[in-house]
Design a protein around this ligand. Structure first.
Ligand code: DX5
Ligand code: ZN
Length: 216
């Protein structure tokens, strides 16, 4: 099975967003990763509903929404209306995670839980059977273009072991500092989905870069 590539729109050129989305449409990327930040859960603010609501009109790619916000459960209706397939919420932002996950599923989306770099895999033991995907952050969330945190490779392997042991079908996604070198090691450790922002959009030939990531 080839690796699923989810280019992160955060690294696109917002003055030429249509051009960048047309590039993604032509590319082998199956998904588009959308980073929503609130300036509270993370020290940055990105884009919100005025942007993501329009995407479903211009792309058939799977929309994967990564919410780096407090109280993400407030926005399940809006994220579903934007056409999201995956709604990613942070473990660290949800004291009632089980309820949020049920709510996401009720609204017709696939629930995914994201772990910050300091959060251990073992904390997923009880929620894993309810999930379609786990996103492991390989940088501290909030910004594109940061350096890959090496310990993520070991976390991917641990999560793969837990998924096999619990007979789960959850995908393993990794986000932050992904390039061909880190991507190779993540896929070898068991990752299914690679998010890549700056590596794709600052490349000379983004479509070719996506193709290379997919072939890992
Ligand atoms: C970081 C975001 C990422 C970001 C990745 O908080 O969640 O999705 O866009 O960017 P790169 O691939 O440049 O590290
Ligand atoms: Zn992200």
């Amino acid at each position: 099975m080839s690796t699923i590539v989810a280019p992160s729109l955060l690294a696109a050129d917002f003055l030429h967003l249509k051009r960048d989305i047309e590039m993604l449409n032509k590319s082998e990327a199956e998904w588009i990763h959308l980073d929503i930040m609130d300036g509270l859960f993370v020290p940055n603010i990105s884009f919100g509903f005025p942007v993501i609501n329009q995407l479903k009109e211009v792309t058939d790619k799977i929309l994967d929404v990564h919410l780096m916000i407090v109280s993400p459960e407030k926005f399940t209706d809006e994220i579903a209306a934007a056409g999201a397939t995956y709604m990613n919420v942070h473990y660290e932002a949800c004291p009632h995670l089980h309820r949020v996950v049920q709510e996401i599923r009720k609204k017709g989306m696939k629930p995914a839980v994201t772990l910050n770099p300091h959060t251990p895999i073992s904390l997923l033991e009880e929620i894993l059977p309810e999930l379609e995907m786990v996103l492991l952050m390989s940088v501290n969330p909030g910004f594109g273009g940061q350096q890959f945190i090496e310990a993520t490779v070991r976390k991917v392997a641990q999560l793969r072991e837990m998924i096999t042991r619990r007979n789960s079908h959850a995908l393993i996604q990794v986000d932050g500092g992904v390039n061909l070198e880190t991507g190779r090691r993540l896929v070898d450790a068991g990752a299914d989905v690679l998010v890549a922002g700056s590596f794709v959009f600052s490349s000379e030939n983004p479509e070719e870069t996506i193709r290379q990531l997919r072939a890992l």
